[in-house]
Design a protein around this ligand. Structure first.
Ligand SMILES: Cc1cc2nc3c(=O)[nH]c(=O)nc-3n(C[C@H](O)[C@H](O)[C@H](O)COP(=O)(O)O)c2cc1C
Length: 433
């Protein structure tokens, strides 16, 4: 299966070259926004297209832009969230590297449409090459009069500033990102107020959008909403950039229509599981959403269907687990991730992630009891939905879904007093030999 190339048309060896991007129709939509269309017309087209955010929540993009534009407080900001730090998600990195002009164009359109006083792109500090490409692209765009001073000779001035992010998972949560931009630790704000559209950077209405969301904007406006909705599903139109990793022969980023079944991504794009093994589980939305099992591989990947299946699309970081992998060890691996990445600000997350990891470690080491399983489930129920952000909920969901789908593996660890996948590791008093 050939991935669809609708949003990212052509990959060039020097992606910062503005001439190559212009040849592909680049900056045409931006020019129309500045010289032809009203802000309201731009927003109406996004709403007609039904574009939804690609950063995790799937919020309707046009609605968000409209909220900021029409906010009673007149001082607005725009921030592109390129903080990407979730295990298994690397599609924004690909877009930043391969199509920096597309992101600049989408960001310029967004910032101007919501009447932003200042515009920023917040980039994961580990993305060194990507940031370099972005800076080189910006220099060329400025030289062409696409950004900076007197854009298209109209007298409009609009600059984009690049911010190196704090490099933690939580720093990608939009309110934590805004806190860190204000020189404070990257910790999510206590809600309410719920959204940066009401209380964002410096407490002012702020539009925050993901890299992929913004990369969708120039081709969508250039070709129109009817073109955009030709692929995808009714409620999740367009394509999605799926990152696939774990037990697959060809991990990578693939642009596919929303609603593509998981099986096609795993077998046609990812070329199946190494050594002809079977898949045991797939996390369709990264480690913060429940896993699906082999019998669910024909599930279409879009916001609604995955929600109905008890999981979520998130930012489409698809992780494949093969039949040889221990699910207690898998749950433990993610629990440890959440424990390390918790910012420690709110007690449910600080204590919850530590305790989840500790109990799972005990079971994996062959020292667990039935009582530990009960306390694991109780703990999950207690912390879910209780944090300032969704980190602790993600941790609980993974544990709950592994218990629900692979309870027999937990039971085997307890009965055999060891990990059946690692028979060489036997519990001894005080640790594991
Ligand atoms: C723990 C956590 C980490 C997140 N990391 C990112 C991220 O790296 N990039 C991103 O765009 N959104 C991330 N999000 C979602 C953002 O808070 C926000 O919803 C998104 O940037 C909005 O953009 P969109 O409407 O274009 O999807 C994260 C959310 C949470 C709870």
């Amino acid at each position: 299966m050939t991935p669809t190339a609708r949003i990212l048309k052509e990959i060039t060896p020097r992606p910062w070259e503005v001439a190559d991007y212009v040849r592909q129709g680049g900056y045409e939509a931006w020019q129309s926004c500045v010289t032809k269309w009203t802000r309201e017309e731009v927003i109406a087209e996004l709403k007609r297209a039904g574009l939804r955010g690609r950063g995790g929540a799937g919020f309707p993009t046009g609605v968000k832009w409209e909220k900021v534009l029409n906010h009673r407080i007149p001082e607005h900001y725009f921030v592109c969230n390129a903080g990407e730090h979730e295990p298994g998600t690397f599609k924004d990195r690909y877009l930043l590297k391969q199509s920096p002009h597309q992101l600049l164009e989408g960001s310029l359109i967004a910032a101007r449409t919501v009447n932003a006083k200042s515009a920023f792109i917040y980039v994961n500090h580990e993305y060194v090459e990507e940031l370099t490409n972005l800076r080189k692209a910006a220099e060329q765009a400025r030289a062409k009069g696409f950004m900076g001073k007197n854009i298209f000779g109209t007298g409009l001035d609009l600059e984009i500033e690049f911010i190196e992010g704090q490099g933690s998972y939580v720093a990608g949560e939009e309110t934590a990102m805004l806190e860190s931009m204000q020189g404070r630790p990257a910790m999510p704000r206590q809600k309410p107020p719920f959204y940066p559209t009401d209380f964002g950077l410096y407490g002012k209405p702020t539009l925050v959008n993901n890299v992929e969301t913004l990369c969708n904007v120039p081709p969508l406006l250039r070709n129109g909403a009817a073109w955009f909705t030709q692929v995808g599903t009714e409620k999740s139109p367009g394509t999605m950039f799926f990152s696939i990793s774990g037990a697959v022969n060809r991990p990578g980023v693939y642009e596919l229509p929303m609603g593509t079944p998981i099986r096609r991504l795993v077998y046609d794009c990812g070329e199946g599981i190494p050594n002809g093994r079977k898949p045991k589980a797939v996390f369709p939305g990264g480690p913060s959403f429940a896993m699906l099992t082999e019998d669910q591989l024909d599930t279409p990947m879009d916001f609604e269907t995955l929600k109905k299946a008890g999981t979520g699309l998130g930012s489409a970081g698809v992780i494949v687990v093969d039949e040889t992998t221990c699910m207690v060890a898998t749950a433990l691996k993610y629990a440890n991730f959440f424990k390390v990445e918790s910012c420690g600000q709110c007690p449910p997350c600080r204590m919850g992630t530590i305790n989840l990891a500790a109990v799972l470690q005990k079971i994996e080491d062959g020292e667990g009891t039935e009582k530990d399983l009960a306390s694991l489930m109780q703990l999950c129920g207690f912390v879910k939905g209780r944090g300032y952000c969704t980190v602790v909920t993600g941790a609980a969901v993974v544990v709950q879904s592994s218990l629900e789908k692979f309870r027999h593996e937990f039971d085997a660890h307890i009965a055999e007093k060891r990990c059946p996948s690692h028979p060489e590791r036997v519990a001894v008093a005080g640790g594991v030999a």
